[in-house]
Design a protein around this ligand. Structure first.
Ligand code: IPM
Ligand code: MN
Length: 355
């Protein structure tokens, strides 16, 4: 029995998470060895507007003993994003020490990339994003607010410990998959944090002489992702740099609706969070058109993490097959299906066992 905390959150979050839960229910119905118990939590902006809190003070304690967290989206035009995001999503990532944010980006047949030059096979990269520090450390201040002398301080914090553990995790992944590892930083202008990152990368690389490596500056990495995405296999980068590059990467694989993400606590002391990389998309909320693939593919990562890699692969195969037909993929990826119909198609393919 896997205990799953479900935080559907804001905007289109509930619509995509509903499809992910259907997938998990189907897996459980097909496999007597797998079962799930869902704890649905009403956390998010509506909760904030009625209670003054995005999640209860002891929220982390309430779900600490769960096996995983299925997360939809957070963010609403009604409240400043830095409040809603810091007090919910980032609290989970930091509080549960989810130091690896895993983001596989792969162009699938049937889906058009923004870059028409490249096709299936050319775009298949996995980002390992640091999730607990760096530019997201949340350190800083606003001095003399509202005056001409106003100063904003936002301090990035890179520890050797935090940098090393995420880089080592990325090396392990690259080694296990026989892939090249690219490190992205910016040591030419960030002479403290960038230099530390590069030094740690070189130190750890010495332990992995079998892994081919490349080091890029973040601006050059953005350029190369467009000019030659084949260059990227496994990529490790800091919290903000990888945040930016994975939105670019999502565009390369058909858009924000396609990209999954897992915020992992690799030592498994705490639950990991599985969430699409898209946000709450308030403009299409409730319209039944949001692409459920990013969320369902995140659910496949959850299945991998819970020890059901075979089911993760089957869910990915069902997604891939559903995308081949415009009748079963959503409008954002050139199809005609609504959210529910796209979910139906993935479920049918999964139930069919052909995938
Ligand atoms: C993401 C999102 C978040 C981030 C926001 C919502 C805080 O953009 O998961 O990529 O920046 O990490
Ligand atoms: Mn992002």
């Amino acid at each position: 029995m896997h205990r799953i905390a479900v935080i559907a959150g804001d905007g289109v979050g509930p619509e995509v998470v509903a499809q992910s839960c259907r997938v998990l229910d189907l897996v459980a119905s097909q496999d007597p060895a797998v079962s799930f118990e869902f704890t649905e939590l009403p956390w998010g902006t509506e909760h904030y507007l009625t209670t003054g809190e995005m999640m209860p003070q002891d929220g982390l304690d309430l779900i600490r003993d769960h096996d995983a967290i299925l997360f939809g989206a957070v963010g609403s035009p009604k409240v400043k994003d830095y409040v809603t995001l810091r007090d919910l999503l980032l609290r989970l990532r930091f509080g549960f020490d989810q130091f690896v944010n895993l983001r596989p980006l792969r162009l699938l047949p049937g889906v058009r990339s923004e870059l028409s030059r490249w096709g299936v096979g050319d775009i298949d990269m996995t980002f390992v994003r640091e999730g607990t520090e760096g530019e997201y450390a949340g350190l800083g201040d606003r001095l003399y607010p509202g005056t001409d002398r106003e100063v904003a301080l936002q301090t990035a914090s890179f520890s050797r410990f935090g940098t090393e553990r995420v880089i080592r995790w990325a090396f392990e992944l690259a080694r296990a998959e026989g892939k090249r590892l690219t490190s992205v930083s910016k040591a030419n202008s960030l002479q403290y944090s960038g230099a530390l990152w590069d030094e740690v990368f070189a130190d750890v690389a010495a332990d992995y002489p079998d892994v081919e490596t490349e080091e890029l500056l973040v601006d050059a990495a953005a350029m190369f992702m467009v000019r030659d995405p084949r260059r990227f296999q496994v990529v490790v980068a800091s919290n903000l740099f990888a945040d930016i590059l994975t939105d670019l990467g999502a565009a390369l694989i058909g858009g924000m609706g396609m990209a999954p993400s897992a915020s992992l606590n690799p030592d498994r002391r705490f639950p990991s969070t599985f969430e699409p990389i898209h946000g709450s998309a308030p403009d299409i909320r409730g319209a039944g058109v949001v692409n459920p693939v990013g969320s369902i593919a995140s659910t496949a990562l959850m299945l991998d993490h819970l020890g059901h890699r075979e089911w993760g692969d089957r869910v990915r195969a069902a997604i891939a097959m559903s995308l081949l037909d415009p009748a079963t993929r959503t409008v954002d990826v050139g199809g005609r299906a609504g959210t529910e119909a796209a979910g139906d198609a993935i479920l049918a393919l999964l139930a069919d066992g052909r995938s």
